[in-house]
Design a protein around this ligand. Structure first.
Ligand code: HEM
Length: 519
């Protein structure tokens, strides 16, 4: 069977390029073009070719659920294609969806597949330097290039082990201050209160002391951050040039976020903090970066760090609330670590006792916490990884992936795969233990921290933050899951898998009712 020729429809060209508007002035011409294209595309059924299944249809309509119900769209289209690679168009962009072990390896290893460009265009929800209404003396694109260049290196500099180690006592003290605000018997909504803890820690790790100590500034960052996340509407992604409320909200929130951080960058430039300071903003200033580059790095860390770390911590607390045995194992493990490094009769408060535990011990001596985090991530991270081929055309499974084409790989294809994970929807941390090691059955079977060319640059800090929250929570509070009337919930909430950023819970909210215990 011949391959379907995927050319850009005139309507898509028209919509994708607003400069054409001036040339297409008459309404009747537009209507004629529109009806011809719509009719021709409606008549175009999905086509099964030798190697790739093309979805057909009117691109904007076919692609709409990719933005509104992405998880369902990907799962259902794969079913429809018989599990084969499938293709569709988003206006003038061609997207190829990959699945299976062989293509997973290509997706995550191919040198020309660019991650930043993929997410920027098809995912959104992240602050972009071009949205900031400032006079930088350079074009937005130039500033963005400066920001992209060496971004990972800057993240890795800030997330160095010695830096994390130095900041550990302050992170614990920050958490302690916030957790002390919770009263006995209080019902907390993890998807609000735990995220606040993560914002606090992320700002501490990525900025400077003055900002991390300024609760109001952190609240402003948090508010603007959520506004940016919510601005990723289907319309704003499909037609990014179209003036819309979402676009205005994003520009305003990004500008506010920028200015909030700028105040502290300027403060640090003006102060004589010295070249030996290991405060993040000082390190970036000492490396000679411009204000936009420093602020964009910080915004990038907040974006990359907060959602995933927050989401994992929240779901882990929920899973433990429903799994008393695992909760008990985790408590025992934290207690024995505490006893190993700090005297049992110490009169010091818990956060101080925890702060003497060395970084290496947090990393290597908590195997139960490690598998709990691993399993929570497997169940929570099911969304779609995105790339854009910025390299030459390549062949994958005999299909040509052209320069400029977008690629997707749905993480659920591995994480919920019955031939890799037994009873895949069950919370079962023991599946990683010696003898079972289910995550080793295939190459890149576990994608929780990224693999191949783009492993997570913040894994160390993210794991540490989750463990700190867990230790302080489990050693200070006993908690149970309750619904809004205070009764045990009928069932554990499940992730809204179509919520592409956060996997928030579906259905009735579930709270943690906390009671103080003596450590
Ligand atoms: C539980 C928390 C986290 C999880 C589950 C997580 C997961 C991931 C995953 C799956 C990827 C690869 C995505 C892909 O291949 O498309 C990734 C990449 C990345 N992560 Fe994380 N992440 C977390 C926290 C963080 C934090 C705290 C930071 C920053 C401090 C961070 C910075 C990054 C960066 C910069 C990349 C891109 C690496 C590259 O381009 O090569 N992440 N992360």
């Amino acid at each position: 069977m011949a391959t379907v020729n995927v050319t850009l429809s005139p309507l898509a060209q028209f919509l994708a390029n607003p400069t054409n508007w001036a040339q297409n002035t008459t309404f009747s011409t537009l209507i004629t073009i529109l009806s011809t294209i719509v009719v021709s595309f409606v008549l175009l059924r999905p086509r099964d070719t030798e190697k790739v299944y093309y979805l057909g249809g009117v691109p904007i309509i076919t692609a709409w659920p990719f933005f509104t119900k992405r998880y369902d769209f990907m799962r259902e289209r794969f079913k429809e294609s018989g599990g084969k690679m499938f293709r569709f168009n988003i206006l003038n962009h061609q997207v190829t969806a990959m699945s299976g072990e062989k293509l997973r390896k290509v997706f995550f290893n191919e040198a020309g597949f660019n991650m930043t460009e993929g997410y920027r265009i098809l995912m959104g929800g992240a602050p972009e330097i071009e949205d900031v209404q400032i006079q930088t003396g350079a074009e937005g694109r130039e500033v963005r290039n400066e920001v992209d260049e060496g971004f990972i290196k800057r993240v890795l500099t800030l997330m160095r082990r010695d830096r994390i180690s130095d900041t550990l006592p302050t992170l614990l003290s920050d958490l302690d201050i916030r957790l002390k605000e919770l009263s006995d018997g209080e019902r907390i909504n993890p998807f609000r209160d735990v995220y606040d803890l993560i914002f606090q820690m992320t700002v501490r790790m990525a900025t400077c002391q003055e900002l991390a100590d300024d609760r109001q500034a952190i609240n402003t960052i948090t508010k603007n951050y959520w506004a940016i996340e919510k601005s990723a509407t289907p319309m704003s992604l499909l037609l990014p040039w179209l003036p819309s409320a979402a676009k205005r909200t994003k520009e305003k929130a990004t500008t506010d976020l920028y200015n909030t951080i700028l105040k502290y960058v300027q403060l640090r430039r003006d102060s004589a903090s010295g070249s030996d300071s290991t405060e993040p903003i000082d390190l970036l200033i000492a490396q000679g970066h411009s204000d936009p580059s420093i602020i964009a790095t910080i915004m990038g860390i907040i974006f990359a760090g907060v959602i995933n770390t927050g989401m994992t911590s929240c779901w882990l607390l929920l899973y433990l609330g429903a799994s008393p045995d695992w909760k008990e194992n985790a408590i025992k493990e934290f207690k024995s670590l505490l006893e190993k490094y700090s005297s049992a009769d110490s009169s010091e408060p818990l956060h101080k006792r925890l702060s003497v535990i060395p970084m290496e011990a947090w990393e290597d001596e908590l195997p139960t916490a490690d598998i709990l985090i691993r399993e929570t991530l497997r169940l929570t991270l099911s969304g779609t990884a995105i790339r854009r081929n910025l390299g030459p055309d390549i062949k994958a499974d005999d299909v040509t992936i052209k320069h400029g084409e977008f690629l997707t790989y749905q993480i659920a294809d591995a994480h919920f795969n019955e031939s890799i994970y037994s009873d895949p929807m069950k919370f079962d941390p023991a599946r990683y233990l010696e003898g079972r090691e289910e995550d080793r059955k295939e190459t890149f079977a576990y994608l929780g921290w990224g693999v191949g060319r783009h492993p997570c640059a913040g894994m160390k800090i993210a794991k540490l933050e989750i463990k700190l929250i867990l230790a302080l929570f489990l050693l200070q509070f006993d908690y149970k899951l309750v619904d809004k009337s205070g009764k045990a919930p009928k069932s554990l909430p499940v992730q809204d898998r179509n919520d592409i950023q956060q996997a928030r819970p579906l259905g009735e909210p579930c709270y943690l009712e906390i009671h103080h215990v003596k450590a």
